[in-house]
Write a protein of this length. Structure first.
Lengths: 236, 291
């Protein structure tokens, strides 16, 4: 168990009387890439937000690096190494690219900024420009870069391929693999299920706020019944 | 020349007041209508520090700034934080801050009574200068210097420091700021403290400039402050500076050349005209605010 960087037990999230997540459990082993896939409204983003402390779960337990962090606010979790790349990128458009990266390093020395520039040279070229001037793909790179500056031990990515051209999606997945190869554990939430399952060590298929199936990514993909029932509408 | 200088001195106080006002508005998108009450409270507290405490006016200014900062924390905690989760948080905060302003004024009335208060006659330095034929007191020079220093300092803080970056991040997208590890509550409270400290210094300087403090002084400057931030461009710090100076000059010249009863008509009329020509304000962007 100590080899798991993140353990989520029986997590439930409600908004008023609407229950978005009903008792979901999963684990992320240290160094692994785990994905949660499922259609819109399956509760994926709610899970990410509850794990990262942005919303309060109504019940359940989140353990990160052996510590119960169920009620820990988001800004403290970032300091402990749990960093989210939010859905829709959420870059700060009215700040410069450099300022966005500096904010990512709010709790660190920001020493990783150069590393991020090396990985994404386009960001270095435009460091003095407003982040809002970047294209969608570049904004996603900035959002990932900003999270990297925070020196995460676990990175949560919420729909990183959303709204991007296929070529850019390839690049996003390449970057995710690199991050994982460099030792950071990754929890990836995706609607693009085929893509995500192909990349992941382990996958969980969500439906209506519950885990419908789980298993190694390749195995889930190979199971025609799962693909038909839960992922049938996906265009991978 | 004398009138020009008087207008600049008065305008710099307006600007200082408006900058505190617009700081909270521009960053947190909240209109803090307890800000004028802080302005009035600081004037009375400043006079009491000098009169009873025997503190020099130079020391009274930083003390008043500190008290203002504390008041700002109280305002944020009492009038704004409990309401932040409401869908109508803007409007609810506006109303609760009016309520809190009423309470602050009532406390001032209880402690200081309804009469106008003044600094002791010997509190001000007697030094005066001649500038191009006009007479300027050391106090006036100090008012201008302090105002400019605080405004430059604040602009630098917002543009260049870690805290300033966090403030702008919270202004644009509080959710994104949280995800980046920024403690939004703390940045919000700090913004209120800074804003109120500036409002308090403005109040103390205003009381020194006219050597009087009245319970109604907050209400009198409230509309001017709002006008200045609208004319300057909502949330724009340089806009508040230029708008404040314009208003001060307009008032002084209106009194001098038209008559004191025309002061507000001319001053507000001019600001109104400016808005007709430039609806987004002097430094405002054309961006339509999303609701």
């Amino acid at each position: 168990m100590s080899e798991d960087i993140l353990t989520v037990e029986d997590l439930a999230v409600s908004y008023g009387r609407v229950q978005a997540v009903r008792g979901v459990s999963f684990t992320v082993p240290r160094g692994a890439l785990v994905t949660l896939v499922g259609a819109n409204g399956a509760g994926k983003t709610s899970i990410i937000n509850a794990v990262s402390g942005v919303v309060r779960p109504s019940s359940g337990r989140v353990t990160f690096q052996g510590k119960d962090v169920t009620r820990t606010p988001a800004h403290k979790l970032v300091r402990q190494g749990l960093v989210q790349v939010p859905e829709g990128r959420q870059i700060l458009a009215s700040l410069t690219i450099e300022e966005n990266l500096q904010l990512g390093g709010w709790h660190t020395s920001g020493g990783r900024t150069e590393e991020v520039y090396d990985r994404f040279p386009v960001l270095r070229e435009r460091r003095r420009l407003l982040a809002g001037s970047l294209s969608g793909g570049e904004q996603q790179m900035l959002a990932i870069g900003r999270a990297l500056v925070a020196e995460p031990s676990l990175m949560l990515l919420d729909e990183p391929s959303m709204g991007l051209a296929p070529k850019v999606v390839d690049e996003v997945f390449r970057v995710i693999q690199e991050i994982r190869a460099a030792g950071t554990s990754v929890l990836l939430v995706e609607q693009n299920a085929r893509r995500a399952l192909r990349a992941a060590d382990h996958g969980y298929v969500l439906a209506s706020g519950e885990v419908a199936r789980s298993g190694p990514g390749a195995e889930l993909l190979a199971d025609d019944a799962i693909v038909a029932a839960y992922l049938g509408l996906e265009t991978g | 020349m004398q009138q020009l200088l008087n207008g600049v001195f008065l305008g710099s106080i307006y600007a200082l007041f408006a900058i505190g006002f617009t700081l909270v508005f521009g960053i947190l998108d909240r209109l803090n209508l307890a800000h004028p009450a802080v302005f009035a409270a600081a004037a009375f507290i400043g006079i009491e520090l000098v009169t009873l405490g025997g503190v020099s006016i130079w020391l009274a200014i930083p003390l008043v700034a500190g008290i203002g900062a504390l008041l700002g924390l109280v305002i944020e905690r009492v009038a704004f934080r409990p309401l932040r989760g409401r869908p109508d948080a803007h409007f609810a905060g506006l109303i609760s801050s009016i309520g809190l302003a009423g309470m602050i004024i009532a406390l001032l009335l209880w402690r200081y009574g309804p009469d106008t208060r003044r600094f002791p006659a010997d509190a001000f330095p007697a030094t005066t200068f001649e500038v191009a034929g006009a007479r300027v007191t050391l106090l006036q020079v100090a008012i201008l210097a302090i105002s400019i220093l605080l405004m430059v300092g604040l602009t630098w803080l917002v543009a260049r420091t870690r805290l300033g970056r966090a403030m702008r991040a919270v202004a644009e997208n509080p959710r994104a700021a949280t995800v980046l590890g920024i403690d939004v509550d703390r940045v919000t409270a700090t913004t209120f403290a800074l804003s109120s400290a500036l409002g308090a210094v403005a109040g103390a300087l205003f009381a020194m400039n006219v050597n009087s403090a009245q319970l109604g002084m907050g209400a009198a400057i409230e509309l001017k402050g709002l006008a200045v931030i609208i004319v300057g461009g909502m949330g724009s710090l340089p806009g508040a500076l230029v708008g404040g100076l314009l208003l001060g000059l307009a008032e002084v010249f209106a009194v001098q050349y038209i008559g004191s009863s025309w002061r507000d008509l001319v001053a507000f009329g001019m600001l109104f005209l400016l808005l007709v020509v430039r609806p987004q304000g002097l430094f405002g962007s054309r961006r339509v605010r999303e609701v």
